[in-house]
Each structure stands twice: as C-alpha cells, then as structure tokens.
Design a protein around this ligand. Structure first.
Ligand code: ATP
Ligand code: MG
Length: 178
C-alpha cells in the first residue's frame, strides 16, 4: 500500500461550537498562557487511538463504529488535571458515564476484529487543554462544562508545518437518551 493512502486516525468526541467555547474558556481562566495551549479548533476527547491505518483498516474501523449501540449521555467536564509524564493539562470528567464506558468498550470489541491491538491502559476521559505544562497547575475554581454527547467521530490527524490539524471524516449518532 502506498504511503499516501495511509492515514493517522482516532475515534473522538468532537465538541460543537458552544462546547468548544466553554472548554476554551476553562483553559483561559484556569491555565492562562501556561504551556502550549491547544488551538480551539483542535479541542477533542479521544475515545480510541488507531494510529497509521491503511484503507482496509479504515473500512473495518468504520464498520465497527456503525455497529456500536450506545445511548446519548451527558458528560460533565468538571475535573482539571495534569499528567506528569506527557506534561499535559487536561479537562476531564470526575464521573465516567456508563454510556461512555459502553461506547469505548463497544469500539474496542469491534476493532479487535480488525486487527487493531487493544489498548491496555484504562480509559481516562479527558480533553487536552495545553501541552508542555512543566508542573502541576494551581487549583482554581471553574464552572463545569455540561456536554450533551449525541454522537462520535472518526478523525484524521494531519501533520502540518504550523502544527497538527484534526479533520473529522465520519460521524455516527448515539441512540436517543433514556
Ligand atoms: P503530535 O503527536 O503531532 O504532537 P497529537 O498528539 O495531538 O500531536 P496525534 O499523535 O495524532 O496528535 O494524536 C491524536 C489523538 O490521539 C490525540 O488526542 C492524542 O492524545 C491521542 N493519542 C496519540 N497517540 C496515542 C496513543 N498511543 N494512545 C492513546 N492515545 C493516543
Ligand atoms: Mg501524539
């Protein structure tokens, strides 16, 4: 397969404009200019990282996505944190909704049939706010962002001279809530 047909892909929750604005506001208020802020248009929550994928793998992954049955849910982004190893500051959810757990597990089940290695680390729902954050940000009060999640996306990560850009390629709806 020619290299040009390979794509760097991941499944993600992709915020709409208002959620994106809400996450960006938390980033500005809580972190200011600390580290290297993620550009607003790049803010997302990774569900499963696939890596460099050939066209067949993408087709299999899209079929796996289409087969997932999980309900819509509310994700309350109420937890600010910092990963020492990767030096990122993030906004996450203190409570992992059952529907989100089911969605991630459902994707993993389908993807295992596509030959993707299963992620060993436990899933941690988080939106990266800034990179190159060298020390734990100080604790601040902030208004949680309530995110009504009604679907998920397959996203391509495109390396560009001015930095990575993410392009949603396909979208699947979740089942109506309740
Ligand atoms: P760059 O790698 O160019 O600095 P990036 O990390 O934002 O930028 P990608 O590496 O393409 O871009 O990652 C896309 C998404 O997948 C990001 O949310 C990233 O955190 C996540 N990701 C990347 N690699 C892994 C991995 N090995 N396991 C889990 N998630 C990953
Ligand atoms: Mg990376």
């Amino acid at each position: 397969v020619p290299e040009t047909q390979r794509q760097r892909l991941f499944f993600a929750l992709w915020p709409d404009a208002s959620i994106r604005e809400g996450i960006g506001a938390v980033r500005r208020n809580a972190l200011g200019g600390v580290g290297r802020p993620i550009r607003p248009e790049n803010l997302h929550l990774t569900l499963v990282f696939l890596g460099e994928v050939e066209p067949e793998g993408r087709m299999c992954a899209e079929a796996a996505a289409a087969a997932v049955r999980a309900p819509a849910f509310e994700l309350r982004l109420d937890d600010l944190g910092w990963f020492r190893r990767s030096q990122i500051a993030w906004l996450g959810a203190a409570h992992l909704p059952r529907a989100l757990e089911d969605l991630v597990n459902g994707l993993h089940d389908g993807l295992s049939h596509c030959g993707f290695p299963r992620e060993e680390r436990p899933f941690k729902a988080h939106v990266t706010l800034a990179r190159k954050v060298r020390s734990a940000p100080s604790v601040v009060d902030f208004a949680p962002v309530p995110w009504l999640v009604q679907g998920f996306a397959l996203v391509e990560s495109i390396a560009q001279p001015q930095g990575v850009r993410y392009a949603p390629l396909a979208h699947w709806p979740l089942l109506p809530e309740g």
